[in-house]
Design a protein around this ligand. Structure first.
Ligand code: FAD
Length: 446
């Protein structure tokens, strides 16, 4: 892997047009799209020593929840050398891959594709944690442990942070942890009773791993707040929320309308894959009826865990049943929190915090063109990726539109429509008839 570290003299001297903070799929997509675009001098910085995509959740057999064609580049630059298909061809396995007839691509395969791109693009610096970002004389100054870099614009691609509910925070450790650490902690977890909190895809993947790989497991409690262990809504019309046209329509809504739209479309993104549901169900069936193993597996949807307490052995959970209003007590030796992720500004931008506008929920205000509202000069933009679930819609926290979003960011920085992102004629009428469809694109204030 060709790796450039941040701390070199040349970097401290030159002024970049764009510095990227974090190299996950979002900024890797932007770097890939920028490759081949003249006029933007960019460099991206990542704290990890090499590219690694959610390594703590790389459990056996986990699958991608989106199409491999929605890769880093294809929806915008289908001829790019950084597409998933290019990766398959370069590894001489296109035919083998096609013959595998995957309903969903293994996440391991997609992660290998991302690493392959990350190892080839020239302007990525690994092992370079951005410690601090200041704004001085019309430039952002990024400080690393060794050295610094200067840029006229920055783009945050630092992803989301594991969410730990307040009731669990005092207990975080070896036997109470977020699913983002599952791959490291599960192998050494040698307990009889486990509670998994959260009925989304991550919770399902953890439950599947426990049932498959923990012969000593005697009791499993799986709690979900949802009415049931709900499948992802992956059907044709529902999937339209992952289209540019939907984002253009969504941007027209007011705050409350956006929240309502998010609530009603939640299962297009946050539900369980059918393969995970079937695998768990069949494993439970096999354990019970075919292997006659004594596992007390309690699947409890419609539950809010409201309190966690230390017990004589392990933990006691106090749980409210949303279905009938009852309050229950459960016990476990280990707690795994599959309680989601949330966007937060990275600590490195704290020096800019007072100049950034936040909404009443404490979220930075993201403009339609993916730049944050701040009091600095207009020509010094703070762009943010994966920060717009509440402003741009449910797709923003997914891979689906990352290439399209990257192209928007490039257009904004160039000050012209380098990429044609005019909306297609949507088959679904999202907005009221009479609405000016010409306004359904992202207005960029050059
Ligand atoms: C387990 C899991 C599976 C998912 N699967 C899918 C899926 O199948 N399909 C889909 O559409 N979406 C999926 N998602 C949702 C989403 O696509 C991913 O979360 C995706 O990784 C988001 O990419 P990102 O680049 O925005 O952030 P991340 O992947 O989180 O990357 C952020 C990067 O920034 C780095 N960083 C942070 N702070 C600094 C700093 N100060 N300096 C330098 N570097 C820094 C981090 O080390 C990290 O590498 C999944 C999410 C999870 C958690």
């Amino acid at each position: 892997m060709t790796t450039i570290f941040a701390g070199n003299d040349r970097l401290a001297e030159e002024v970049l047009d764009l510095a990227g903070i974090g190299i996950g799929p979002s900024n890797l997509s932007l770097a890939s799209i920028l490759d081949g675009v003249e006029g933007i001098k960019s460099r991206f910085f990542e704290s990890r020593a090499e590219f690694d995509w959610h390594p703590g959740m790389m459990l056996p057999d986990v699958e991608l929840q989106s199409s491999y064609l929605k890769d880093l580049v294809t929806p915008v630059v289908p001829t790019s050398p950084w597409s998933f298909v290019s990766y398959l061809v370069a590894h001489k396995r296109l035919y083998a891959f096609l013959n595998a007839h995957y309903d969903a691509v293994p996440r391991r395969e997609f992660a290998q594709y991302l690493s392959w791109v990350a190892g080839r693009l020239p302007n990525l610096a690994f092992g370079s944690e951005v410690r601090e970002v200041k704004h001085e004389r019309d430039q952002f100054v990024l400080r690393f442990d060794q050295g610094s870099a200067r840029a006229r614009n920055i783009v945050l691609g630092t992803g989301t942070t594991p969410f730990v509910p307040a009731w669990a925070a005092p207990f975080i450790g070896e036997r109470c942890f977020h699913n983002s650490e599952a791959r490291y902690r599960l192998p050494d977890l040698d307990v009889a009773r486990v509670a998994v909190i959260g009925g989304g895809q991550s919770g399902g993947e953890v439950v599947e791993a426990l049932l498959n790989a923990k012969p000593g497991l005697k009791e499993l409690n799986w709690f979900s707040r949802r009415h049931n262990f709900e499948p992802i809504n992956d059907t044709a019309f529902s999937n339209q929320v992952f289209s540019p046209e939907y984002v253009y329509a969504f941007l027209n809504l007011n705050h409350d309308q956006k929240l309502e739209a998010l609530k009603t479309s939640i299962l297009t993104s946050d539900g369980l894959s059918l393969s995970t549901i079937n695998s768990i169900y069949r494993r439970l069936y096999s354990l019970r009826y075919l292997e006659h193993r004594q596992i007390d597996a309690k699947l409890s949807p419609g539950r809010d865990v409201i309190q966690l307490e230390p017990a004589k052995e392990g933990y006691r959970l106090i749980v409210r049943n949303r279905f009938d209003g009852g309050v229950e007590v459960a016990h476990a030796d280990a707690i795994i929190l599959a309680t989601g992720y949330q966007f937060r500004l990275p600590r490195a931008v704290e020096p800019l915090q007072d100049r950034i506008q936040f909404d009443r929920h404490g979220r930075p205000v993201l403009q339609d063109d993916y730049s944050l509202v701040w009091t600095g000069p207009k020509h010094n933009r703070i762009m943010a990726q994966n920060a717009g679930r509440y402003s741009h819609g449910i797709a923003d926290s997914q891979l689906s539109l990352m290439a399209w979003r990257s192209a928007h960011i490039v257009n904004t920085l160039l000050g012209r429509q380098h990429f044609d992102l005019e909306p297609h004629d949507s088959q679904i009428n999202w907005l009221s008839s009479g609405h000016d469809t010409a306004s359904q694109s992202i207005a960029v204030d050059y």
